[in-house]
Design a protein around this ligand. Structure first.
Ligand SMILES: [Cu+2]
Length: 288
């Protein structure tokens, strides 16, 4: 039995190690479709904001190497112990129970690793939390089960609901489960502040390519920000299980040039004029 186990360990070790390396490289080299999930994709998506890029650098440059090294080290230790100290090769076990030097080492090394991680980690956290002066402030409201958005008075002061397109309405190029009827449109290379609230239960506003994820909590106003540096459409979704249609309340943010943004603002101001606003948005506006 023991011999059989040893055999399995010997055969499994290189396979698992190779798999690990494949995932590690895949994580570092993740690329492909920008702003949307990719079949077979591993690791973080392509990031288009400074905070997103810093998150990715932190993950690929600090966390992933440390995680990989620890996992491989522990795995190698397990294999070594199985090979060196099994019943046949080591019939008389050692009676050693304490080793002060070893205990100090295995306490101190993890503490030092955590201290080392904390420096870039807190720096990233500060960049996420400290919101620079914003050109546009958008209010995103989570509803069961869609998002609604309001633009500030200086940007037209309109509001609209953003619903997932049902499969029957999809046009060529529309992504199933991600395309929405009304996208959020923002200018490229500008700081956009997002205030995130909810009308009912807890939702979460998450756009992976921006490195943004923040919860929408009843009775609380949460804020986040992004500065998208590349034009395109970036998809996200609600990431808190919020009920039956949790999986069907996507977020679509279209990042466009300043000219196109101004054109869209002019159109949207007319299209989403207050009188035509959806019922609950109109009620919300009446309350203000
Ligand atoms: Cu939700």
């Amino acid at each position: 039995m023991l011999t059989a186990n040893r055999h399995i360990i010997r055969r499994a070790a290189p396979t698992a190690g190779a798999l690990f390396l494949v995932f590690w490289f895949a994580g570092v080299a993740a690329a492909g479709a920008v702003g949307q999930p990719e079949a077979g994709g591993v690791g973080l998506p392509v990031m288009v904001t400074p905070v997103g890029q810093e998150t990715q650098a932190f993950y690929n440059g600090v966390l992933l190497p440390i995680i990989s090294f620890i996992a491989l080290f522990v795995f190698a230790l397990l294999v070594y112990v199985g090979w060196r100290f099994n019943e046949q090769t080591n019939p008389v076990p050692s009676k050693l129970t304490h080793h002060t030097g070893l205990e100090i080492t295995w306490t101190l090394i993890p503490v030092l690793i955590l201290l080392f991680i904390s420096i870039p980690s807190f720096r990233l956290l500060a960049h996420q939390v400290e919101i620079p002066d914003a050109k546009v402030t958008i209010k995103a409201t989570g509803n069961q089960w869609y998002w609604s958005y309001r633009y500030p008075e200086d940007q037209g002061g309109f509001a609209f609901d953003s619903m997932m397109k049902p499969e029957a309405d999809l046009k060529p190029g529309d992504l199933r489960l991600l395309a929405v009827d009304n996208e959020v449109v923002v200018p490229v290379n500008e700081v956009v502040k997002v205030q995130v609230v909810t009308n009912d239960v807890i939702h979460s506003f998450a756009v992976p390519a921006f490195g943004v994820r923040i919860d929408a909590i009843p009775g609380r106003l949460n804020e986040t920000w992004f500065k998208a540096e590349t034009e395109g459409v970036y998809y996200g979704s609600c990431t808190n299980i919020c009920g039956k249609d949790h999986a069907f309340m996507p977020i679509a943010v279209r990042v466009v040039s300043h000219e196109k943004y101004d054109e869209w603002l002019a159109e949207a101001t007319v299209k989403f004029a207050k009188a035509d606003a959806p019922l609950h948005v109109a009620a919300d506006q009446a309350r203000r």
